[in-house]
Design a protein around this ligand. Sequence first.
Ligand SMILES: Cc1cc2nc3c(=O)[nH]c(=O)nc-3n(C[C@H](O)[C@H](O)[C@H](O)COP(=O)(O)OP(=O)(O)OC[C@H]3O[C@@H](n4cnc5c(N)ncnc54)[C@H](O)[C@@H]3O)c2cc1C
Length: 418
Amino acid sequence: MTETWTGWRPFTIAEKRPESSIITSFILRPADGLPIQRHRPGQHLTFLFPVTGKGEIQRNYTISCDANGEYYRISVKREPQGTVSRWLHDEAGPGTTIKVMPPSGSFVLPDDQKRPVVFLSGGVGQTPMVAMAEAIADRHPDLKAEYVHCAINGAVHAFRQHIAEIARHQKDFRTTVFYSKPEPGDVFNHEGHLTMEWLRENTPLEEADYFVCGPLPFLRAFVPGLLKAGVPHDRVHYEFFGPVEDLFEDENIPAPASVAPPPAAKEYRRSDSAEIADADIGLALIGSASDAVVASDRDGTIILWNPGAERIFGFTEKEALGQSLDIIIPEQFRGRHWEGYNQTVASGQSRYGAGDLLAVPGLKKDGSRNSIEFTIVLLKDKDGKVEAMASVIRDVTKNFQAMKALKAELAQAKEKSV
Ligand SMILES: Cc1cc2nc3c(=O)[nH]c(=O)nc-3n(C[C@H](O)[C@H](O)[C@H](O)COP(=O)(O)OP(=O)(O)OC[C@H]3O[C@@H](n4cnc5c(N)ncnc54)[C@H](O)[C@@H]3O)c2cc1C
């Protein structure tokens, strides 16, 4: 029997196992001893970690093993200044309890995968590929797979033996290792960086599904590269471990169109001379065209759309009410958005309700992008169940572009000074 759950479930670290000089695996077992949900290979977990002196901190980590009904494994790179990764490496250990949400994510190897697969990973971006490779070893004996991994050198290269072992027992599973700065004694296939040219010559672009995960420059090289080389969009799958706004920082967010006059604000006037009540303030804010106030029900259907939302996104109240929030989310962010949304509905908790701002690209009625920041307020029934969510959204396109220009200048200045 498998055990699915909603909300946070306590798990205990059962084992801590070094995989390389900077990556350590953690075996996580449910504290209640009951079975766990079978995840799909490539999915991740969302955690609350009790970091010493910092309270509970939320992070995501990919499950780096195939489903087994008993435990999950995560494999974490120690970031030199990282809050959670350093705590996991340096302080957490067998017996530490952490809180875990059920597996989620759509970067997965389908159960009925027939087309050949090519895995392209850089550094710790290998974790979903390891789970997928284990699934191939377990249930896809005939699947053709190319496992291409890029690391700095042998010291930081995790799961080397494990993947080699899988390849040895599979009919058609080939591994290729690139080291950018190999050390004497390292065993690898190519020195330097993986290139599109190499992929064109060595992988079946016309027929394979590509799974890509790695640092930002890696994704920037291979996701657009594969698309340009003619691999259709639905065969290029990718996962990014950082904030989505970093991933699309290079996207040409069009400058705001000539600023249209704001829609008429619904001026709020109190009907009597009693003192101003909270409700009056709330209604006046909702009626204004300054910040967007958008509310949606449990399923993400828009139930409130104020003049600020019309100004920022271009849809009128009539056009937006009853629609899915998808109308303001660029397509490639929808999967990640709905994961977070459903988790928030299930857990009744949002990290963006206590001052943390979520910064993402938004989608306007005319199809152009803007940059938005928002916070979330959960509307709960008397039993604490989430009934709806309200967001206060601000358009920060100008700041975002100014920051991008500053970063570019800084990078240039650094380059000159070297
Ligand atoms: C879907 C998903 C799956 C993921 N799976 C994995 C996985 O399998 N394995 C894995 O290792 N990670 C994974 N991650 C990344 C992980 O969630 C964390 O982001 C990562 O471990 C860093 O968290 P942290 O708290 O240690 O670092 P943070 O404290 O959040 O710091 C983030 C970065 O900023 C740098 N930084 C922090 N403070 C400073 C400072 N003062 N000066 C300069 N730089 C600073 C850190 O070095 C680090 O690189 C995943 C992320 C996502 C979204």
